[in-house]
Design a protein around this ligand. Sequence first.
Ligand SMILES: Cc1ncc(COP(=O)(O)O)c(C=O)c1O
Length: 356
Amino acid sequence: MSRMFVPGPVDVADEVLAAQTKPMIPHRSKDFEAIFRRCDEKLRQVFFTEHPVYISTSSGSGLQEAGIRNFANETVLSCVNGAFAKRWYDVAIANNKQADKLEVAWGEVIKPDQLAEALKQKHYEVVTIVHNETSTGAENPVKELAKVVHDTSPDTLILVDAVSSLGGVKIECDAWGLDFLLTSSQKCFALPPGLAFGSASERAMKKAESVKFRGWYFDLLLLEKHRQKDSTPMTPAMSLIWALDVQLDRILAEGLENRFKRHAAMAKRTQDWAATKGMLPLAPEGYRSKTVSTINNTRNMDIAALNEFLKPKGLRIANGYGDLKGKTYRIAHMGEINMTDVDKLLTAMDEFLNQM
Ligand SMILES: Cc1ncc(COP(=O)(O)O)c(C=O)c1O
């Protein structure tokens, strides 16, 4: 297996890739329903929720749209500290919502007092927060932010995108009181792209009943109606669901706590290495991502040349995102990546730096 230290799509284990070649079966059948049901049960463990986890044939952006369409008639507050948080705001605007931004510099995180202040200024039906901003490697303090929303504006629903962290970092959906938590298949779950998973609280589903124009494909009430029969309103991406079933077994066999520790240890190793080379992570200490290290490129490495150097070794990293291209680079350590892989990458990067 090659080792792609990029924040998705990531490497997928052979056994999981192979699972996709299983024959198709009718999706309106007992056999399919049993597999669909056990995927939901296993997903609930990873999401730390007792609520159903909807399996969507879309990428994560589809569920960003679902969150907006199902839970807000009008007002949305988007916490924006990077490209994907900005995308959620754009999704709200594109769906004709009255969306406001609570914006901080890219690389920074949203602080609880900033959110409290914004919620005191105006009432919002929903607030959107990206847990792990993949563009900047900053992890928002979602547990604290959720508490502030509960304390300041109790009926505001809390929508959280954990596309690049869920499955690699512990996010306790129910205990933190999150109303909608979503992720994609191609990152910490180490699956091929094409599925997204989302869990909604009871009060959020209740609210959806009063929201007009939820659309059809992402109508969570419709999905729920079919989920109760272990099915979907539309044809599910069956091959990906075979892969999901196998991968969830692998994730749970590793043990969630072990998995979270593995991701945290790889982040520390990578970020400590960068600091010894005089290159600090973009995000402030205490808020640095456990799944993707975004490092200031203060040694002015040519990232394209670095990737050419890494290629024969079967390694690859990611350039900075958008305006951060060249100024930062990103080492994703998620999914199947382990510490031996990280050591191999950092040794190769040492060689590259030495020959510069
Ligand atoms: C934090 C975050 N949110 C949303 C998205 C969009 O997800 P998708 O590409 O699965 O639609 C990404 C993609 O990289 C992301 O990193």
